[in-house]
Design a protein around this ligand. Sequence first.
Ligand code: NAD
Ligand code: WQD
Length: 340
Amino acid sequence: MSILVTGGAGYIGSHTCVSLLKAGFDIVVLDNLCNSKGSAVKYIKEITGKDFTFYRYDLRDIESVQSVFEKETIEAVIHLAGYKAVGESVRKPLMYYENNILGTLNLLKCMRERNVKKLIFSSSATVYTGALGKAPFQALTEESPLAVTNPYGRTKLMIEEILSDLYQSDPEWNIISLRYFNPIGAHESGLLGDDPNGIPNNLMPYIVQVAAGKLEKLNVFGDDYDTKDGTGVRDYIHVTDLADGHVAALKKLKNFSGIFTVYNLGTGRGYSVLEIIKTFSKINGIEIPYVIAPRREGDVDMCFADPSKAERELGWKATRNLEDMCRDSWNFQKTVLQID
Ligand code: NAD
Ligand code: WQD
């Protein structure tokens, strides 16, 4: 029996594959490599010393997804495949709805056909951010109000609603939606990490490219937020901790007999942009030139998790600190530079 990992060659998926293999699970990976490289699959095998089948298939093509379920004995699915860039989703909403929603519907249909009813879905803290700012900020629990402000976020919330409807219609399904906060960091080997194409949208990939001399300076988006130093505060979580959260969720899923539930995966701590720059510089010995720039549209002051439900029910807790995250992010970038 295998765990099917969609999007398993991607940033979070590749780390999740490593955690699953290390925990003794057999896996099958499906990814169309639209935002990742085949070399990630090679590195997952190298790091773990284990083999698995990789299908370079697209979830939008239901026949190829069906063929995976025909060839393999799938016990549960971890579904990470999808597009994830907020700004791009505003410019290309149909592309996002097609990939994220249609891709998920195809997967769910194939699962139902084969009676595979265990699923872990990659959701996001973005499902909360549209509701923030109306009341004083409190750490986000799974019961916090939900609201989204862009097509990407809407795909995540819609998929959670689809999954909830599916469970209502057939309580034999066991579904966990994991709401990730801000994953950064990389595998300690330096072989797996976040390597976006073009100019990065997210903070840590941008910082590492400034450190590498590929970009001149960081634009800090706003210093007049209602936070400790005026810059935005987020809950950064090491991608390996996040990956381990999937293993904890999978173990829990095996014991359920019918459930749809959600967990926040974050550390419960918020760091500001300036704190990230400072820690990165200190741990890696590299100055990061930056300028204060206008606020970025759609950003909120603060966003961090109350991760206690995951600790209580999954026995999972993030263990790596911000220094680990900054060191590993840079270590990965250095490896990429050597390979490129
Ligand atoms: P990523 O782009 O590195 O990984 C996604 C993978 O899915 C890629 O390898 C891509 O090639 C693949 N993919 C996309 N569409 C596909 C399709 N139609 N068929 C097959 N493969 C397809 O992104 P990531 O950061 O690893 O994110 C993984 C998941 O986690 C996504 O669903 C994302 O929305 C979610 N998420 C990410 C973050 C974050 O900050 N990185 C935060 C919250 C949630
Ligand atoms: C973090 C902080 C910026 C870049 C995004 C998605 C969210 C989720 C995680 C998928 C903010 C500041 C950033 C820069 C900066 N992804 N910043 N200069 O916006 O919290 O979350 O990724 O689900 O949905 O929205 O992450 O890394 O973009 O920004 O000052 O060049 O860094 O303003 O305060 P964000 P981020």
